[in-house]
Unconditional design. Structure first.
Lengths: 327, 441
């Protein structure tokens, strides 16, 4: 480490300390930059970009795999997924997908991977180690959000133009239920107890809470922010803490993240972040939540315990997805 | 006059040949022959959407009582329309039809999960009264959803012919303000943006740019005057000044000759000479007959906007915003060409019916029409926000694209133009100003 980086590291460490969010662990945070064809790698302790990975065209959905050794990113415009080594940042291999893959998710056992292909009304099931397609599951128009139940038995896919959450049995790979939600559903997220799926609807401006046992929408959360018209409130990324108590919802061009008490299903607070906030990702210890802000080319860092935005970090152009892993 | 979509394509091909040959009488004969073709009511169903690749899991819904929802596209063939200046702007024979087909396919992808089946039928004629009579006949037989690509008087005639029925007309083509205002009809919805919406969208952007001194050039057609009137209203609404207005008296003559630019190169600089200091030339030429002569030819080095240069539109084939890429790809796979604004307007109309049927889970026209007009209805149409119908005149609220021939420049409403309910209502006639009285308050 040269003198300059050392000094920078000290400054970063001090600022983190002053902000009251000391972190015992440092994590690598991977941010896909849709327009720049890169992944920015952020050190969660220094809160700065430490590396930039060149990717294929239009990187969007991004996950960790192979016990944290791999970063998998959808190179949407190359109609493929790419695997990078999470530590060396070296390119490992491509994984097959359908046309325009958008969002991948792993089975709870670590394999296979399910990916929504926005341009083909299909969810593709991929063996990540063999690099083979196991099956294509037909769903609605423009498949998008992917959620998996904590027991790994149920996969939920949302389709943007069909406006449904499709429940897929992971053992038979057949759709068992199609639940209508509001317009342009984006992200599907199970609660840690597996009893609910939260589905955000970008154009509908709501989050539908689907009861998994009955497949009924038990509640719809709407958002109201003084001074912001309803048109600009476009829910997208959804993350729920492991204890199941708090949910965070990114509201797109409203430039806010809503904090929701899952017990009352009411919004507790709106946190001002960057422009067109899109996806959300916790660090593994859930002390920090990173938000990708598409239009302002940065990520905001939220201190989860104190519900404060502690920093913005400039990344590449049009940051889209975010995931993190230990060093 | 009832055609299968396939017949339409074949007829359209014959059409083009005849138009090229100038054989208008033969064209009439063809249409008359079409009128005598056996009617194909009830079996015109378009194939359902899903193109199934080989290794695909079987997720078919068992066929129970399928709710059938037929939709009619009524096209008025307007042979008085002159071909546009640029070869690139010549409408394809299936302009609008392909948009309807894509929307039917999109509706049916959702429909297969809900046991609903949408079908498309097309009628077309160069004679407005024949078209009106055919639509009326079908509505009498129970048809409820009619998408119309026609001139404003024909749209009104259709609306009035079916006014006591459970049926709704979608205007996908006419920008005329009177259809939304003094001549509004409670059974007409407008997916095509109005002239005021288009000119307000442009004026907002020019205000954002601070290009406030306009030189207005108006063509000889009545539509050019109407568009110029809309521009003048927008100018006064958004604080612009028209420093000079000139009428471009232009006999379009033959647009397909292989010479003539030498004269245009002389003519346009002369025409645009000695204009008081201005920032932007605003051209009103809805038929695209001369506007494209202006960019790069004005006496002063000024940008050209209006109907040429930078223009306002509901859709552009290069838009990739908000999932537009997938939408454009789906269209191109289906139609083998780029999506045009008319295709998009028709798509929105057919999708509106689909969206209502999805939400209400019924094919009952009364319930669906009621829902379309309710505040609960919302359409996602690749514009980054929900689109809804204005409660006071049935106009679909929508962001308007400002584009060049190749790419979008911006999208209005522009930041900073505020509204107490929705910023989309800064475009066009707002509720307090409307002259439409047909809609329940």
């Amino acid at each position: 480490m040269n003198k300059k980086t050392l000094a920078l590291a000290q400054v970063a460490a001090i600022s983190v300390f002053m902000l009251g969010a000391p972190s015992a662990h440092a994590y690598r945070v991977f941010v896909s930059n849709e327009k720049e064809n890169t992944i920015s790698v952020i050190d969660s302790e220094k809160l700065e970009v430490i590396h930039t990975i060149k990717t294929g065209n239009r990187p969007r959905g991004i996950i960790m795999a192979n016990e944290g050794k791999w970063v998998i990113v959808c190179a949407s415009d190359d109609n493929t997924m790419q695997v990078f080594d999470a530590k060396t940042y070296e390119y490992v291999k491509d994984l097959p997908s359908g046309p325009d893959p958008e969002l991948p998710i792993l089975h709870t056992s670590g394999n296979p991977l399910y990916v929504s292909n926005e341009d083909d009304n299909l969810v593709t099931v991929v063996d990540i180690f063999k690099g083979t397609v196991l099956l294509d599951v037909p769903v609605g128009v423009e498949p998008e959000g992917m959620g998996i139940s904590p027991d790994g038995k149920v996969l939920v896919n949302t389709s943007e133009t069909t406006n449904m959450a499709h429940f897929i049995d992971t053992s038979t790979l057949k759709t068992t239920e199609n639940v209508l939600v509001d317009n342009r559903p984006r992200v599907a997220q199970f609660t840690p107890d597996g009893k609910q799926v939260w589905v955000s609807a970008e154009i509908g401006g709501s989050v539908s809470i689907i009861d998994v046992a009955t497949h009924k929408v038990s509640n719809k959360i709407k958002f109201e922010i003084a001074g912001i018209t309803a048109d600009a409130i476009q829910p997208m990324g959804v993350r729920i803490t492991k204890d199941g108590k708090k949910a965070f919802v990114a509201l797109g061009p409203a430039n806010r993240v809503a904090v929701i008490d899952t017990a009352t299903q009411k919004v507790e607070k709106y946190l001002l972040v960057g422009q067109r906030v899109w996806n959300l990702g916790f660090t593994p210890d859930e002390k920090l939540l990173f938000t990708t802000n598409g239009t302002s080319n940065d990520v905001s860092v939220i201190d989860v315990e104190n519900l404060k935005v502690v920093k913005s970090i400039k990344v590449g152009r049009y940051p889209w997805g975010v995931v993190s892993a230990p060093f | 006059m009832a055609y299968h979509a396939g017949q339409v394509v074949r007829l359209a091909r014959a059409f083009r040949v005849l138009v090229r040959a100038g054989l208008w009488s033969a064209l009439f004969a063809l249409l008359a022959a079409g009128a005598a073709l056996p009617k194909a009511m009830g079996e015109e169903t378009e194939p359902a959407a899903a193109e199934a690749p080989a290794a695909v899991a079987d997720n078919a819904v068992p066929a129970a009582d399928v709710q059938r929802i037929p939709i009619l596209l009524a096209r008025e063939i307007r042979e008085d329309r002159l071909p546009p200046l640029s070869l690139l702007d010549i409408p394809p024979p299936d302009d609008g039809v392909a948009g309807a087909k894509l929307a039917i396919a999109d509706n049916n992808t959702t429909g297969k999960f809900l046991n609903q089946e949408f079908s498309l039928d097309i009628v077309q004629s160069a004679k407005a009264d024949e078209l009106v009579a055919e639509v009326k006949r079908r509505v009498d037989e129970g048809l409820a959803f009619i998408v119309v690509d026609a001139a404003a008087p024909t749209i009104l005639a259709i609306a009035d012919a079916i006014k006591d029925r459970e049926a709704v007309v979608f205007n996908a083509s006419a920008p005329d303000e009177n259809l939304r205002e003094e001549d509004c009809r409670v059974n007409v919805k407008h997916t095509a943006p109005s002239r005021y919406m288009l000119t307000d969208a442009l004026a907002q952007y020019l205000a954002w740019k601070q290009w406030r001194r306009w030189f207005l050039v108006v063509g000889p057609a009545p539509e050019d005057t109407a568009f110029a009137d809309a521009l003048k209203r927008a100018a006064s609404r958004f604080g612009h000044k028209i420093v000079e207005e000139r009428a471009f008296a232009y006999d379009p003559g033959s647009r397909r000759s292989d010479g003539g630019f030498e004269q245009i190169q002389q003519q346009i600089p002369g025409f645009t000479q000695k204009v008081p200091d201005y920032q932007v030339a605003v051209v009103s030429d809805e038929g695209d007959l001369f506007g494209d002569y202006f960019p790069y030819r004005t006496w002063d080095a000024r940008p050209v906007v209006g109907t040429a240069g930078l223009y306002a539109t509901s859709w552009h084939p290069a838009v990739e915003l908000w999932g537009g890429t997938q939408f454009q790809n789906r269209f191109k796979r289906l139609a083998g060409r780029n999506m045009r604004p008319l295709d998009y307007n028709v798509w929105m109309a057919v999708r509106s019916v689909g969206e209502a049927a999805t939400r209400k889970k019924t094919n009952d026209p009364k319930e669906l029409i009621l829902y379309l007009q309710s505040p609960e209805f919302e359409l996602a149409a690749f514009k980054g926000q929900k689109l809804t119908y204005r409660s006071w005149n049935g106009q679909l609220r929508q962001p308007i694209l400002l584009v060049t021939a190749k790419i979008h420049v911006t999208l209005s409403p522009q930041p900073g133009f505020l509204h107490q309910f929705t910023e989309l209502d800064t475009l066009g006639v707002d509720k307090p100003e409307t002259k439409c009285k047909a809609f329940p308050k």
